[in-house]
Design a binder for this molecule. Structure first.
Ligand code: AKB
Length: 313
């Protein structure tokens, strides 16, 4: 049985992944950590430790005390916040990552951290973006993600740490809101559809980005971590996507359930330019071929589930 340390466990991915992994591996075997402490089920239903990931000594102590063999490092600033506070983003995103990799090296842990479609830049092919391609991002977040992929590769080749990662698209979920991302509109639109039957998008019409529903993202993390390492040609990180959508596509899918749903636009130049520097649609075939990645939810299925779940929230 695995014994897992999760950083950023109260964030958008962390809150659902911690609960899911506690179901799979047992509550006592998933140690949640976050800089905040709240009354979330993540804090109440299993081991929880307060941790600022820039404190490497404390991270190591928690991991050692709980005898962990797996580190899932999620704590990070997302793209729009990182663009507003680039130095903080460098210190937190890279400082936290190197601490988590060092903890994994010293304790011989398997390691996962998410990369992102943000690791790509304007000179990357925009459609069917290959697994191995040009990566010259123009955002601080993208610089952090490419550096993180390379650093994770380095810890694998140099020290033999079993590092694995996924280049996530925008993740859509109904449990915990994302914060400070460029793709957050694709979550907000569902909340606003339920509350006001209308949404003003800060991302412009015709701007395509990859997205994925949270249950598929959780399965992808668990499947990749359980995959036979000897079959992995790539490690850090795999392209994974479930759909490529623009705001009007999501609005169209919502109108199947709420025909009067209204979408208009008030474009935010900063997040729009980040979005335009990212691919339209990435190619997930390496993940499919090397460890069997498959997304269950397309736009229609996700929309119907999101609206149902949010109505009862
Ligand atoms: C963001 O928008 O910053 C994230 C991401 C795609 O990495 N959701």
């Amino acid at each position: 049985m695995k014994k897992i340390l999760v950083t950023g466990a109260l964030g958008q991915i962390g809150s659902e992944l911690t609960n899911r992994m506690r179901e799979v591996y047992g509550s006592d075997n998933v140690i949640a950590t976050d800089i905040r402490e709240t009354d979330s089920p993540v804090v109440k239903n299993g081991p929880f430790e307060q941790l600022d990931v820039t404190n490497g000594e404390k991270m190591f102590d928690i991991a050692k005390t709980h005898n962990v063999d797996t580190v899932i490092h999620l704590a990070a600033l997302l793209s729009a916040t990182a663009e507003a506070k680039p130095l903080l983003a460098w210190n937190l995103n890279m400082g936290g990552l190197v601490n988590a990799l060092e903890t994994s090296r010293e304790l011989g842990c398997q390691f996962f951290t998410p990369s992102s479609i943000g690791a790509f830049g304007p000179s990357t092919p925009k459609d069917s973006t290959p697994q191995d391609t040009i990566m010259r991002p123009t955002t601080m977040y993208g610089v952090n993600k490419v550096s993180g992929e390379l650093l994770s590769d380095y810890y694998f080749t140099k020290f033999g740490v079993d590092t694995r990662g996924l280049r996530f698209p925008g993740l859509i979920s109904y449990e915990t809101l994302p914060g400070g991302g460029t793709t957050d509109y694709a979550v907000e639109i569902y909340y606003e559809a339920i509350k006001h039957n209308e949404y003003t998008s800060y991302i412009g019409e015709g701007t395509y980005m990859d997205m994925m529903y949270m249950p598929d993202a959780l399965n992808a993390i668990i499947d990749l971590m359980e995959a036979d390492g000897s079959k992995l040609e790539h490690r850090n990180s795999f392209n994974v996507s479930a759909m490529s959508v623009a705001p009007e596509d999501i609005a169209g899918a919502i109108r199947v359930h709420q025909p009067d749903f209204k979408l208009d636009y008030k474009v935010d130049p900063v997040r729009q330019s980040i979005a335009e520097s990212w691919p339209n649609a990435i190619d997930s075939s390496a993940a499919m071929n090397e460890w069997g990645f498959k997304a269950e939810y397309d736009l229609a299925k996700m929309t119907s589930d999101m609206l149902d779940k949010l109505k009862t929230k």
